[in-house]
Design a protein around this ligand. Structure first.
Ligand SMILES: [Ca+2]
Ligand SMILES: [Ca+2]
Ligand SMILES: [Ca+2]
Length: 271
C-alpha cells in the first residue's frame, strides 16, 4: 500500500478520498486535475520591431552572425552538423553548409565523397601500387586513367621496374600527370633507384631535382605547376656499372583538392 497514491488510504491508513478524486502525494485532489507539470508560460506573443522573443522576453535583434545564433537567436552560437559549417539565413535563422565532399541531406550533412580507387591504400612509399615492368628497348609507354584523389588527405604512390635492354643508351623515364580536375592542384614526383649497388644518378630533364627520398636511396624530380596544369617529371638514369635497370617511384600529391571524384591521367614513357 502506498499512502502517497492510494485513494482509499490517502496520506494515512484508512482515509479515503471522495468518489472520483485521486490521491497525489498524500492529498486527495479533485477530478480533472492534470497529472503533468504545470504548463510553461508561453511568453510574449508579439515583440516590437527590432526585437524578437527569447523565452518569456523580447530581446534586441542581433548581428546576423552564426556566433550570435544569427539575428533572431538568443545569443548562443549556432551548432553546425557533423561535416558542416554554420551560416545564417537571410531570414536571421541558423543554417549550415556542408563541407565537400559531404552533401546536404535533410537537417545534416552526409555521405558524398569519392570511392577510393583500386590502387588504394597506397598513401605511403612502402605501399606503392605496382605497375607492370617497362623497358627502354623497345620503347614502352602506358597511360593510366582509373586513379583518382578521393580525399584531401589522399596521396598516391606507384612503382615500376625499368629494364635497361639493348644498346641504345641509358633508360630515360618520363612521367606525366594530366587531366587534373578543374579547381584542384596536384603535384608530381618521380624517383629512381638503380638495381646495381652504388651511385644512382637521376638527372632531371623536366621538373626540379628533389632530395626528399634520398634516405631510401632514390633520386628524382618533382613538378609543381599551379592550378590544374599538367605536371611532367623526366630524367636520365646513370648507375654503377653498365646496367642501368632500376625501380621508379611515383607520387601524386594533392596540393589542393576541389572534391571532384574525377580520375586523373598518369602516363609513363620509358625509352
Ligand atoms: Ca588515390
Ligand atoms: Ca592513395
Ligand atoms: Ca600542380
Amino acid at each position: 500500500m502506498n499512502t502517497d497514491s492510494d485513494p482509499l488510504n490517502c496520506g494515512v491508513c484508512g482515509r479515503g478520498c471522495a468518489a472520483g478524486d485521486t490521491c497525489r502525494l498524500g492529498s486527495c485532489t479533485g477530478p480533472g486535475m492534470d497529472a503533468g507539470p504545470d504548463p510553461v508560460d508561453g511568453g510574449p506573443t508579439g515583440c516590437t520591431a527590432g526585437t524578437h522573443p527569447c523565452g518569456p522576453d523580447c530581446v534586441a535583434d542581433r548581428a546576423n552572425l552564426p556566433e550570435n545564433g544569427c539575428r533572431l537567436g538568443c545569443g548562443g552560437a549556432c551548432i553546425p552538423p557533423s561535416m558542416g559549417a554554420s551560416t545564417c539565413s537571410s531570414g536571421g535563422a541558423c543554417d549550415f553548409t556542408c563541407t565537400p565532399p559531404s552533401m546536404r541531406v535533410g537537417g545534416g550533412c552526409s555521405g558524398g565523397g569519392c570511392a577510393p580507387d583500386a590502387a588504394e591504400p597506397n598513401d605511403t612509399e612502402d605501399r606503392a601500387y605496382a605497375f607492370a615492368d617497362f623497358a627502354d628497348y623497345p620503347d614502352s609507354s602506358m597511360t593510366f586513367t582509373v586513379f583518382r584523389v578521393h580525399a584531401s588527405t589522399d596521396t598516391d604512390w606507384y612503382r615500376f621496374v625499368v629494364h635497361d635492354y639493348g644498346l641504345d643508351g641509358n633508360p630515360i623515364v618520363r612521367v606525366t600527370l594530366d587531366n587534373i580536375p578543374s579547381g584542384s592542384d596536384f603535384d608530381l614526383g618521380a624517383y629512381y633507384k638503380c638495381n646495381a649497388v652504388g651511385v644512382t644518378t637521376a638527372t632531371c630533364r623536366s621538373g626540379g631535382g628533389s632530395p626528399d627520398l634520398l634516405a631510401t636511396g632514390y633520386q628524382g624530380c618533382t613538378s609543381s605547376a599551379g592550378g590544374s596544369a599538367s605536371e611532367t617529371a623526366e630524367f636520365d638514369t646513370e648507375c654503377a656499372g653498365s646496367d642501368e635497370s632500376g625501380v621508379v617511384l611515383v607520387r601524386v600529391l594533392p596540393y589542393s583538392w576541389s572534391g571532384s571524384c574525377d580520375s586523373y591521367s598518369l602516363r609513363v614513357d620509358v625509352w
